[in-house]
Every structure is written in structure tokens, then in C-alpha cells.
Design a protein around this ligand. Sequence first.
Ligand code: KG4
Ligand code: ZN
Length: 340
Amino acid sequence: MHILGIETSCDDTSAAVVIDGVQILSNVVSSQNEFHAAFAGVVPEIASRKHIENILPVIDKALHDAGTVLDDIDAIAVTEAPGLIGSLLIGMNTAKALAMRLQKPLIPVNHLVAHMYALNLSNQINYPYIGLLVSGGHTMLCLMRDPVTMTMLGTTIDDACGEAFDKIAKHFNLGYPGGPVIDRLSAEGRDDAIRYPIVMLDESDNPFNFSYSGLKTAVVYQTEKYLADPSQKPSIPDICASFQKAALTVLLKKACRACRDYDIAGIGIAGGVSANRCLRRMLESEKEITPYLPPINLCTDNAAMIAGVAYHMQHKVLSGSALYKLVPRTRSTITDGIVS
Ligand code: KG4
Ligand code: ZN
């Protein structure tokens, strides 16, 4: 089954053709980073306007790269939520128009479930596993029972992990997006140069929640204190490496705790921050854990993960057990609730 996936939840315009949920024929991603860099963050208005410009050329290229034409496509999958509403609407309306024109099913996909599915595109997964979804908008610990059933165990109570990377990079004028820059600079620094807080939060509340605003503030203010002390002199790479170590350690501590509590052996990471080399190394060196890592090009937003997971939702729909329904051609009823 050929599924055309469309992803426009934030600032990347992407389209992909995937066969039977596993074989990626094409995956085109048009990045808008250069337009948002001056603001050191995504500007929703700019993102929507760029999606309008990019969406049709990106779909054309995805079909071309896949060696397909629209008539070869069996279903259209599109990111439904969460995301920036203006951005989502461009993808959703384009997908609806295509589905109506082709008289093919439209499969609305949850962006978070799709991020976790990126793991299936390069790993043989044993379910259940503990998922860490870490991106610019989300920091979530979840239990994945199968490709489309995600139970949320905890989430951030303030900033997302990737957001902390971006904001710290902005504070030190390192560039945008901040994650890849901090990742790169950290390789030249000492991760024990500065002791930043490892924020575990109150264990009696939800032990699987996260908080990044305190760490972000500590990096900004504590570092100014260190920089003012000539005997300390931490370099920018030292600051990056120390921050990154604190930010990532807490992710793995909580994921390992979830493995113990639920008697689960595997941890999978997904989302933009899963491209981080230090996080990948830390996960791979975790004892008695089976690590699941996505390929680097499928960590950040992409449509292959949308088209891939949609294949499994399509089957659930046909067997009558899906939480999502196919959107009828002339109606737009989209039920929520894949994330329970
Ligand atoms: O998944 P994604 O493309 O978009 C969202 O759904 O948010 O993630 C983007 C986020 C940004 O915050 C970016 O700084 C971060 O992922 N990121 C990284 C790395 N590459 C991207 N963070 C840490 N290390 C990286 N190598
Ligand atoms: Zn994302």
C-alpha cells in the first residue's frame, strides 16, 4: 500500500511516499530555519506563509523522487495535531483536497505517535518499550504498547528540553536551532566544568514529569557568576557540555526508572533532541537496556514517520478498533485520543 504522508506541524514542510509502513520511497523536507534564525525561534506567521509556498513543490518532489504519480497513491496521511494551528491547516487542507480529488482515504495522524514510529523505520521493535519523545515542543515519557498505542507517563511542567537548548543558544548568541550547535560545541568542552542542577522534581508527585525552566535559568545566571570569576573561566564549550549533561541525564534517569517500575527492557528515543550525540551514547551505554535509536534524518520533523504510522492506523480502522476514524470525503470529523 502506497501512502503519501504530509507534515506541516511546525516549521518544516515535508512530504513522503512510504510502502506498507516500512519502505521509504521518498522523504522530502524543506526547512525554514533560515527564515526563523533572525528571531532565534519559530515565528508562526512566517511558518504558515512558507508552508503555503512550499507545500505543492514539496509534494511534487516527493512523488517524483519515489517514481510515482498521484494515481499510484492508495491513501493520504497528514499530521492532525499537535502543532501550530496555522501550519497544521496548510497540511490538512492540502491533504483533504488531494483525498477528495483522488477519492482516496485521508488518515489524520497524531504528530507525537508518528515521532515514536520513526524508530520502527530502522529497528526491529519488541513491544512494549519506554519512549522518550524529546523535541522543541515536547518532553514526554511514554509507554508504547504497539505502533499506535501510546500511554503518557509524564511530561514537562514548563519548558520542553529542546526549547531549553534553543533558549540557551539564543542567550549566548550561538545560532538557531540551538540543539545542533550546543551538541557540536559540547564535543570540545568538559561536561563536569560546571555543576548544573539535575532536576528530578518531587518524587511523591508524578516521578515521570520533567522541568527545564529552572535548569535554563541556572545556566543563564549561574554562568554569569562563573564568568565573572577569573579563577573559573569556563569556556562556551564547557557551558554547553555541562548544560547538556544535566539536561540529558534526567531524561535517562526517569526512563530507566520507568523500565524498572513497568518491568520493561527497551528504551526508545525520538524527536529532534534524539539526534543529540551525547544522548545517543548515554542510552547505548545503559546496562541491561535495549536501546532503540532513530536514524538522524528521522529525528526531526519529517513526513516518512507520518506515512509510516498511518499504515498501521489504516489497518486498525479496517478492523474497527481504531481510535481514529478515516475522514469521510465530505466531512471532517476527526476524533482525538490516540494519546491516552
Ligand atoms: O522534532 P523537532 O524537529 O520539532 C518539534 O516537534 O519540536 O525538534 C526540534 C528541536 C529543536 O529544539 C532543536 O534545537 C532540537 O530539536 N535538536 C537538538 C539536536 N538537533 C535538533 N537538540 C539537541 N541536540 C541535537 N543534535
Ligand atoms: Zn516534532
